[in-house]
Design a protein around this ligand. Structure first.
Ligand SMILES: [Zn+2]
Length: 307
């Protein structure tokens, strides 16, 4: 599979590594060229390997920083592999993700639930990142790359260990999955996504926080960068509010998960006919339902993902 490289801002390149073979989500990593180059959202191991093997012109061996926006498989799963391949690089993780990166066994269990027992056959193994290669981020801290600084912002909601990263040189915001999932096979609609322990209240707060940074371009980890910043941010917030309202009312009325999922899918279909919509909606709805159900009931042990 070939990779496509596209410049999305000054000294900023989107590297499209193709679609994953399980859900068909396109993986896009971002390279920031500077004195100390950085790579954001390297993806899972086999996409990271594709990246290394097909982009000799990018000189990725010089990378100083590798920054997964969060530790989900499709964003940071290839970190341990890259740590082996690029020995001088430092990895930046949210404090709630760093421990899983160094000791990924619970993470792998949760990936098996989401991506299937055999996910490593197609997406590659999840290898540990040595602790001495990790920089644990603080909220609001900046990292200097040379001409530019990267500001690291905690961005919980989609996952508690999510970072959003803003580039001082271009105003680009690397938002991972914090501002929804867009697709390019229909109109760009950013659907909120999040498996349990998704937190829709934190998600909305994060949307407001990221909007206040006035990003110039949104660099999504799936399907690339977009310039229509205000419309996309407004839309993901409106959709998340609507999903929260629908799920809460349906739970109050005693509806089961299947019926609630149908309701949300019906609502979403008015906006988009993208072919991955049912998969995305099913995943999102489980996050909303688990959250609002936990608010109605005393906590009990669940099979919930650690991520
Ligand atoms: Zn994610």
């Amino acid at each position: 599979m070939t990779i496509e490289i596209r410049q999305v801002a000054e000294e900023t390149y989107a590297i499209d590594c193709g679609s994953d073979p399980i859900f068909g989500l396109r993986q896009v990593a971002y390279l920031l060229v500077d004195e100390m180059p950085a790579l954001i959202d390297p993806g899972y191991t086999s996409s990271a390997a594709r990246l290394l093997n097909n982009s000799a012109q990018l000189d990725l061996q010089r990378l100083s920083y590798i920054i997964p926006t969060h530790i989900h498989l499709d964003h940071g799963g290839g970190s341990g592999y890259l740590a082996q391949q690029i020995p001088e690089s430092t990895f930046v993780f949210h404090p709630r993700g760093a421990g899983h990166a160094t000791e990924p066994s619970r993470l792998i269990k949760s990936f098996r639930r989401v991506f299937g027992e055999q996910f490593e056959d197609s997406l590659g193994p999840v290898l540990p990142v040595p602790p001495d290669r990790i920089h644990v981020a603080s909220d609001g801290e900046t990292i200097r790359l040379g001409r530019r600084q990267l500001a690291l912002h905690f961005a919980p909601g989609h996952a508690p260990h999510h970072l959003a990263i803003q580039d001082s040189l271009t105003g680009a915001l690397f938002c991972g999955d914090a501002l929804g999932y867009i697709s390019d096979d229909t109109a760009d609609i950013p659907f909120p996504t999040g498996l349990p322990p998704f937190d829709p209240v934190a998600y909305q707060r994060t949307i407001d926080k990221l909007a206040s940074l006035s990003p110039k371009v949104l660099c999504y980890a799936h399907h690339g960068a977009r310039n229509e910043v205000q419309r996309l941010i407004r839309q993901v917030k409106d959709l998340s509010t609507a999903f929260s309202d629908i799920v809460q009312k349906a739970l109050d009325a005693g509806e089961d998960d299947k019926r609630i999922s149908e309701r949300i899918l019906q609502y979403a279909k008015a906006y988009s006919s993208q072919k991955q919509l049912p998969i995305i909606i099913e995943a999102s709805v489980s996050g909303y339902i688990a959250y609002f159900r936990s608010k109605k009931q005393p906590p009990q042990s669940t099979n919930e993902s650690v991520t």
